[in-house]
Ligand binder design. Structure first.
Ligand code: DSN
Length: 392
């Protein structure tokens, strides 16, 4: 019997998910099939090791499931299994990045990554992340318009000669020129590690420049635009396969979460369908319409717009204000009170991620629910009504 309190909380959360307009750029809704796999008896088994080399008996079906996940994962990004390997065991994006760093470096090696306040991720080198205790991070930011500044990246790379250059972001609304990053990495003898967690779905649908021709290692979570379970995978050039596998297990993790591995296989299978490409196209269309509508209502968008699935609003300087008292935290709370969830986010120049000036808005979840351009216009008006109504 399900615990009463737990039952109540799950019921309430289901209702919340049904009622809200979810504009959190990193969230999505999985298919019924993925939900079923996650709740299946596959959760009952230990499978430490890799297909054919397990530390427990009874893994014949898990070996096949893991190989299927690998097969589909490579196929989604059009990668030849002769040149690329994929490890489908990482529990999350953070552990995938940690494992990938440790596979390619030794402790205290230098890594160049993007600042959190400019759109990077905690694991791209923020001092509070454990990665910073093990590796020496140097951080690049964006220019005053919120755009990647390749002159700065090149000069930091030349000055510090990092072992790895990390590209990819969590709050960057423009296309990332992975080719340029790859050239810089090559010029200083660094590995190029790309974290495509946010844009993986767009990359798979060829709506964003692919990192694969310019990268040594590519990490991605599987639950954002990819619309799979909460988890991650690491792609690497074949020559790094052994290092990456060892870093994931036994280096960092224990047994893989088999139900999640199977759900990842299903997510990649779904991503191979033509309807997935259509979904990704709609994401890009929706984001553009939402960005244009917000702009015309007086919101100040970092970089002026979007090429992908997300929009970053500098709320403090919207509606012609220079320094409105409404910051990201206040805006987040106001939106939530009115049924819209979108998270506060740093914008270039911010110092406190807890109390930043921005709001990050993404459309993958509402696009999964079938919303189109007209709905985006309505959402923009609703956001305007909620946020512009507050006296300054
Ligand atoms: N927390 C995720 C995001 O919202 O982008 C990144 O890990």
């Amino acid at each position: 019997m399900l615990d009463k309190k737990l039952n109540f909380l799950i019921k309430k959360e289901k209702e919340r998910q049904k009622k809200e307009i979810n504009l959190i750029a990193s969230e999505n809704f999985v298919s019924r099939e993925i939900l079923e796999i996650l709740g299946s008896p596959l959760v009952n088994k230990y499978s430490e090791g890799y297909p054919g080399r397990r530390y427990y008996p009874g893994n014949q079906y898990y070996d096949e499931i893991e190989k299927l996940a690998q097969h589909y994962a490579l196929k989604v990004f059009n990668l030849s299994p002769n040149k690329w390997h994929v490890n489908v065991q990482p529990y999350s994006g953070s552990s995938a990045n940690f494992a990938a760093y440790s596979a390619l470096t030794t402790p205290k090696d230098k890594i160049l990554g993007m600042k959190l306040s400019s759109g990077g991720h905690l694991t791209h080198g923020h001092p509070v992340s454990l990665v910073s205790r093990f590796f020496k991070f140097i951080q690049y930011g964006t220019d005053k318009n919120g755009l990647l500044d390749f002159n700065e990246i090149q000069s930091l790379a030349q000055k510090f000669r990092p072992k790895i250059i990390v590209s990819g972001a969590t709050a960057y609304s423009r296309e990332i020129k992975f080719k340029k990053f790859g050239e810089i990495a090559k010029s200083v003898g660094a590995y190029h590690l790309v974290d495509i967690s946010h844009i993986a779905g767009l990359v798979s649908a060829k709506l964003h420049q692919s990192p694969f021709p310019y990268a040594d290692v590519v990490t991605t979570t599987t639950h954002k635009t990819l619309r799979g379970p909460r988890s991650a995978v690491i792609f690497c050039k074949k020559e790094f396969a052994n290092l990456i596998d060892k870093a994931v297990f036994p280096g960092l993790q224990g047994g893989p979460h088999n139900n999640v591995t199977a759900a990842k296989a299903q997510a990649f299978y779904e991503a191979l369908k033509p309807s997935f490409k259509k979904y990704q196209k709609q994401i890009v269309k929706n984001a553009k319409v939402l960005a244009d509508s917000l702009k015309s209502l007086g919101f100040n968008l970092i970089t002026g717009g979007t090429d992908n699935h997300l929009i970053l609003i500098d709320i403090k300087s919207s509606f012609g204000h220079k320094n409105s008292h409404i910051n990201g935290l206040i805006a987040e709370k106001l939106l939530e009170k009115n049924g819209i969830t979108a998270n506060r986010n740093s914008v270039p120049g911010d110092t406190s991620p807890f109390n930043p000036s921005g709001i990050r808005i993404g459309v993958p979840a509402v696009t999964t629910q079938g919303m189109k351009e007209n709905d985006m216009k309505k959402i923009a008006k609703r956001i305007y009504t909620i946020l512009s109504d507050v006296k300054n």
